[in-house]
Design a binder for this molecule. Structure first.
Ligand code: ADE
Length: 227
């Protein structure tokens, strides 16, 4: 999968994809994330990318022209399955969205800043608007990193144990069960006996029960939604 990210703060995106699972994904050639500095498409000798909003009001707006030129240059090189704009008024990112996007070939992500981007870009280029939650961050870069992480780990072959994403929280609209590792007893706190029993079916049943119980206690809305 190829993901192109357009931003005015490329430095913010230098770190997240160079470690851990996403690094492994790119080392294996399964994920190629390219970050593009919108400033390179800025206007005039100051490489302007934002301007005051029509109608007045505080806050700058990212201009249509640099964004359109950058998007069109990228579109000249490949066809994008989705052009995604990270914005607090987008649809809330959920596991199902990540699952769906992990099966695409080419994604483009626009990171907003200041007051947002000129609405005409949203109307004429953007195909999907995503929020990572009901709070406002200072830009779309961290949300873009969250989105890419949620997608990247699902690309087949990225996780070592290919089945492990299947048991993540939310995959069955259930939270994940508790997990333990050695030692079996720590400060007198013992691991549940069942996990040491060696009876795989009994362990699977226990995990399922724990998932259900945890979901009932912490996120009953997930169970309601199923109905
Ligand atoms: N940009 C600023 N806040 C955001 C959020 N909550 N989700 C996505 N993009 C954003």
């Amino acid at each position: 999968m190829r993901i192109d990210i357009i931003t005015v703060l490329p430095e913010l995106l230098e770190g997240p994809f160079r470690h851990s699972i996403l690094k492994r994904a790119s080392d294996k050639g399964l994920l190629d994330v390219q970050v593009h500095d919108l400033r390179a498409f800025g206007l005039g000798k100051h490489r302007q990318v934002d301007d005051y909003q029509f109608g007045g009001g505080a806050g700058m707006v990212m201009m249509a022209e640099p964004l359109a030129n950058c998007i069109e240059q990228l579109q000249g090189e490949r066809t994008y399955d989705e052009i995604i704009f990270m914005t607090p008024d987008g649809q809330r990112l959920e596991q199902q969205t990540a699952n769906r996007l992990s099966m695409k070939e080419n994604l483009m992500i626009l990171c907003g800043h200041y007051k947002g981007i000129d609405e005409r870009i949203r109307e004429h280029f953007v195909t999907l608007e995503i929020s990572i939650g009901d709070y406002v961050l200072s830009g779309g870069e961290l949300p873009a990193a969250v989105l890419v992480d949620s997608i990247g780990r699902l690309i087949p072959g990225v996780l070592n144990d290919e089945t492990s994403a299947l048991f993540d929280s939310f995959q069955d609209r259930l939270l994940a069960p508790p997990v333990y590792t050695r030692p079996a007893e720590f400060r007198g706190w013992a691991v549940p006996d069942i996990l040491l029993s060696g009876h795989q079916q009994a362990i699977d049943d226990w995990r399922y029960e724990q998932s259900l119980q945890r979901t009932r206690e912490r996120r009953p809305d997930l169970l309601d939604d199923e109905a």
